[in-house]
Design a protein around this ligand. Structure first.
Ligand code: Z5A
Length: 208
C-alpha cells in the first residue's frame, strides 16, 4: 500500500471535521493505518501559532498572518506529515496550502503569484488528493455560528467569505485531476458516501 496524503478544504462550517472523523472511522474499521491532523496547530510549535492566529481580537498585518500560517505548515510537514507517510500511514489533513491561497490570497487580497510562490517554499509536498467541500458561505457561517463564539476569521464580512469560496473553486478548476469537489449542502451521510467512494480505492481499501 502506498501511503497517500489527502487534504480537506472549504470555508467555515463546511463539514471538514465531521467528514474526516467518518473517513477515519471507516479506515480504522478496516485496519488501515492513518493519521488525522490539521492546520494550523498540527505540531507543538503549530499549537502556539494557532493561538496567535485565531485567539486574538485585534487585526494583524496580512503578510504577518501569511507567514505564521506558512511557519505552521513547514513545521507540520517536518514533524508530522513526512514522518507519518514515511512510516507507511495515510495522512488526512484538515486544511493545507489551498486554504492559504484562498484565505490570504483571495480573501485578504495579497498578490496571488507571491502567495503561491511562498506556499510552494513552505509546503513539504503536494497532496495526492484534495477534497473540497463547497457550500454558500451563509450556510457554513450559520453552521459554525451554532458552535458558539466566532473566532477572528469567522467575524470577517460576508464578501471576504464569498471571495474565498470563489478562490477555492478557481483552484479546483485549475487542477481537476487532484481535486474532488463535493456539494457540502448535502447531508453528512451523503457527503461521506461520495467522498468514501472516491478515496477508498486510492487508499487501498474496499469500498463497501
Ligand atoms: N486559515 C487561513 O486563513 N489560512 C491557512 O493557511 C489555514 C487556515 C491553514 C482555522 O479554523 C482557520 O484558519 C480558518 C481558516 C484559517 N478560519 N477560520 N475561522 P479552525 O481550524 O478553527 O476551523 P475550520 O477549519 O474553519 O473548520 P470549522 O469552521 O470548524 O468547520 P468544519 O470542520 O469544516 O465543519 P464541522 O466542524 O465538521 O461542522 C460544523 C457544524 O456543521 C457542526 O455543528 C456539524 O455538526 C455541522 N455539519 C457538518 N456537516 C454537516 C452537513 N453535511 N450538514 C449539516 N450540518 C453539518
Amino acid at each position: 500500500m502506498t501511503p497517500r496524503f489527502v487534504t480537506f478544504e472549504g470555508g467555515e462550517g463546511a463539514g471538514k471535521s465531521t467528514l474526516i472523523a467518518s473517513v477515519s472511522a471507516a479506515l480504522t474499521s478496516r485496519g488501515c493505518a492513518h493519521v488525522c491532523t490539521l492546520e494550523p496547530g498540527g505540531s507543538p510549535l503549530g499549537q502556539s501559532l494557532r493561538g496567535l492566529l485565531l485567539d486574538r481580537t485585534e487585526p494583524m498585518a496580512p503578510v504577518a498572518e501569511l507567514f505564521l500560517y506558512l511557519a505552521d505548515r513547514a513545521e507540520h510537514g517536518r514533524t508530522v506529515i513526512e514522518p507519518a507517510l514515511a512510516a507507511g500511514q495515510h495522512v488526512l489533513c484538515d486544511r493545507y496550502t489551498e486554504s492559504t491561497i484562498a484565505y490570504q490570497g483571495y480573501g485578504r487580497q495579497l498578490p496571488l503569484p507571491d502567495v503561491v510562490t511562498a506556499c510552494r517554499i513552505a509546503e513539504p509536498r503536494r497532496p495526492d488528493r484534495i477534497v473540497l467541500l463547497d457550500l454558500p458561505p451563509e450556510l457554513g457561517l450559520a453552521r459554525a455560528g451554532r458552535r458558539g463564539a466566532a473566532d477572528r476569521i469567522e467575524r470577517e464580512a460576508l464578501d471576504f467569505h464569498q471571495r474565498l469560496r470563489a478562490g477555492f473553486q478557481a483552484l479546483a478548476a485549475q487542477d481537476p485531476d487532484r481535486f474532488l469537489v463535493v456539494d457540502a449542502t448535502q447531508s453528512p451521510e451523503t457527503v461521506f458516501a461520495t467522498v468514501w467512494a472516491d478515496l477508498a480505492p486510492r487508499l487501498g481499501v474496499a469500498d463497501d
